[in-house]
Every structure is written in C-alpha cells, then in structure tokens.
Design a protein around this ligand. Sequence first.
Ligand code: BES
Ligand code: MN
Ligand code: ZN
Length: 460
Amino acid sequence: MTDILLDTLPSPATPLIPVTAADLDAWRSDQSATWQSWLNAADFQAKPGQFCLLPGTAGQLEAVVVGVDPSDVPWQLAALPQTLPSGAYCLDSDWDQTHREAAALGWALGAYQFTRYKTEVTVPPSTQLFIGDDADITAVRALAAATLLTRNLINTPAQDLLPEQLAEITRTLAIRHGATFKQWEGDALLQHNYPLIHAVGRASASPPRLLELLWGEADAPQVTLVGKGVCFDSGGLDLKPASGMRLMKKDMGGAAQALGLAQWMMSSQLPVRLRVLIPAVENAVAGNAFRPGDVLRSRQGLTVEIDNTDAEGRLILADALTDAVEHQPDLLLNFATLTGAARVAVGTEIAACFSHDDALAAGLVQAAQQVNDPIWRLPLHAPYRDLLDSKVADIANASSGGYAGAITAALFLQAFVPRHIAWAHFDMMGWNVRARPGRPEGGEAMGLRAVAAYLQQRFC
Ligand code: BES
Ligand code: MN
Ligand code: ZN
C-alpha cells in the first residue's frame, strides 16, 4: 500500500495524461502524426476509464492517455492501477492539487484486492503513481488506509472476526496510536449495566463486549464514534431466511467504519478528544438467546419489548449511545448497517443520514458533496414514534407495519440521545453489490470520506 503512491518523481516514469472526451480533438491535434494515427487505430475516444498506450520511436512505452470524467472524483484513475502495465507513472495534467490528491486516493483504492483466503492469487501489475511535489501524499495515504481497514474488516468472515477478534483489532489499533483501550466482556456487561448488549450477544460462543478506545488531549473537543459491531447477524430466534443471512458477516460494517475513521483521525493528529465505542456481538441462536416478547431494561432505564430479535443493532447501539451521552460529547456520530429499509429508500450506494441537529446535518451533507461521497438526510419524523409503541414496555424494538423502517430504527436510537447532543446516525449498506472503478464488489466504507472532510473542516 505504501509504495502505490510515490513521494518523489521516479525515474523512469511514464507520463499519464488524462483527457476528457470534450478535449480529445484539441489534445490529439497537438500530438505527433504517429500518435495521431495510433490513437485513431486504437479507436481512442477518451471514454471514462478507456486508455491507450502510446509508443516511442523505438517501440517503448512513452506515455499513456486515459479518458476521464473530471467530475467523477476521486475515481477518475481508479480503474488503472490493476490494468496498466507494471511501472511508475507520473500524472501529467493541469488539475489543481486537491483534484490530483483525490485522483491519487482513487488510484490507491483501485489497487485494493481482498486475497486473504485465496490460495492462488493472480498477481496484478505493480503500478505506482506520482502526482507532483506539492501534493500531501501522507494525507492521501491516511484516507486510503482508513477505507482499506474498513473494507478488510467487513470482508473478513465471521469465523475469523467474532467479538473476540474485533476486540483484539481495536486493542492493536489503540496501542499503535498511543490510545487507551478498555473492554467489558460477558457478565461484566451486566455488572456495569449494559443489559441490551449482553442480551443480544449472550447466545454466541464468543461473548458480547463493549469496546472503548480513547485518544487525544483531554481538554480538546470530544468526538465520539459509535459503530454497530454485529459480527454475524443470523437474526437470532426470528431467524433470517438464507438469502437475507448470506451477507451478514458485514453487519459489523458500522464498527469497521468507526475504526477506519478513528485510525484516520489518530494518524492525522486531528486536534480532538476521540472516543470510540463498539458494542461487539454475534446475534446467534442458542437456548439462552433473547426472545420475541422478552422485555429488557436498557442502560438508560427505558424498558424495551422485543418484537423481533432481528432488530438487534438498535438494541446494542442504545446502550452504547447512552454511555456516549453520559460523557457529554461535543459531537456524537454513529454508524450502522441498521436496516434493510434504508436500502429500499436510498439504494445500496448512499448512506442514509439522520440528525436532530440541522446545522450538523447540513455540514455533513455539504462535506459529502464536496468529496463526492454520497449521503442523504432522511427525517426523524416524530409522529412515527408511535409505531414503536409497546403494550407492555416503554418502547418496542421494531414496528409491526412494514413502512418507514429506516426512520423508525433511527427514532428508536433517538430515544437514547437527548436533544442537546449534536448527534448524527448513519444507516449504511457497507457493501458494494456491484463493482465500479476503485470499488470492487464487497465490503465498503460509505460516508467515511464525507465525515473525514467534515471533521477536518470543523476541527482543523
Ligand atoms: N443487519 C440488519 C439490517 C440490514 C439488512 C442491513 C440487509 C443491510 C442489509 C438488521 O439487523 C436487521 O435485520 N434489520 C431488520 C429490522 C426489522 C426486523 C425491524 C430489517 O431491516 O429487516
Ligand atoms: Mn438483524
Ligand atoms: Zn443486524
């Protein structure tokens, strides 16, 4: 990963020339007669992602021209690192620094492959990119590494990523950055009053936990990230059908994204006090599993009737959010693969975002637009809170009707976050169901770059 982006101009380096379809004719007419006829022979139209290797007089590779859609930030060059011939390339464009750094990020993400379980790996070409002396490659690397950490965690099957391993990974991340790590495991969750985390996770062979990572100056603004860490979601006793269960190793995608962001914040030395809370569980089936109809008292005191054990994410998040709120953070963000309904609302490639703080929501949406990392705000429509009414408890964990599932889930979380806390909740897919340049099918950070941009603008 480190040498995919180069700090200094390599020698030799092949110029990589991005050209838009609109600029193609003008650009081509400036080239040699040989290149012009070569480009014509290759039918080069500068379609986004289309590239053409350009020969020197001795038949050597002299340059590469690539079609780009310059608005497709940061993915303009993302298809190239695994398709160009091995070698070092230097970006030859008039793009400004921000644009070049974004393209370098796309390049780094485009080089990603998840090969942990492949015995035979087809080695992709080894390509490197240099984008200019003025670029902040360290910052690009940090953002790429955050996304890759998130992807790797999501792609790792539950067999190798149960609460136990998620805890070890969080501990390792903390140690590497001089952060402190704490965890409450198994019965300790009951002793320290995290009853919902315990109830959801107690049926697993890998005991439930709450993980905490703390980093930064104590007097800096406190940013708390909470991530849903359901290492596998079978649905519990209200078991999911096979098709719905198939991808549920990704149900710790929120935790993966919180850890990715945490790594980015720590390696970027963001001047904040960072607190990460990850309720880590497996929603499993066993004789001691929690049941539909059970009534649980949350850490905050609200009693919750279990309508469906498959609405487990909001339960573990409720106790984690309550803990977060006890420390009065200046900013509280949670990430979760919380509902299938959010996918129905905004599809798989947009993170749904909820907030009772208009300024925060606007800031997040604006940052998302700036870095082209789509998020969409959905309403915390208060009248729908009735859909979670329970006949026997203060609130139910799911509504019986099939409507507004993402909103009712968000309203459930909101019941644990007082209005004065600047809070936003991201309901994300965490998974690319189709491959696009730089975004292979599989685990994916969604909204990570948007949040990073927001944090940087707000705190730096
Ligand atoms: N982890 C799932 C949500 C999910 C499913 C996210 C598919 C992304 C893709 C969550 O725990 C869940 O099962 N939610 C239920 C809630 C329902 C029982 C109220 C859902 O969305 O169907
Ligand atoms: Mn579920
Ligand atoms: Zn789940």
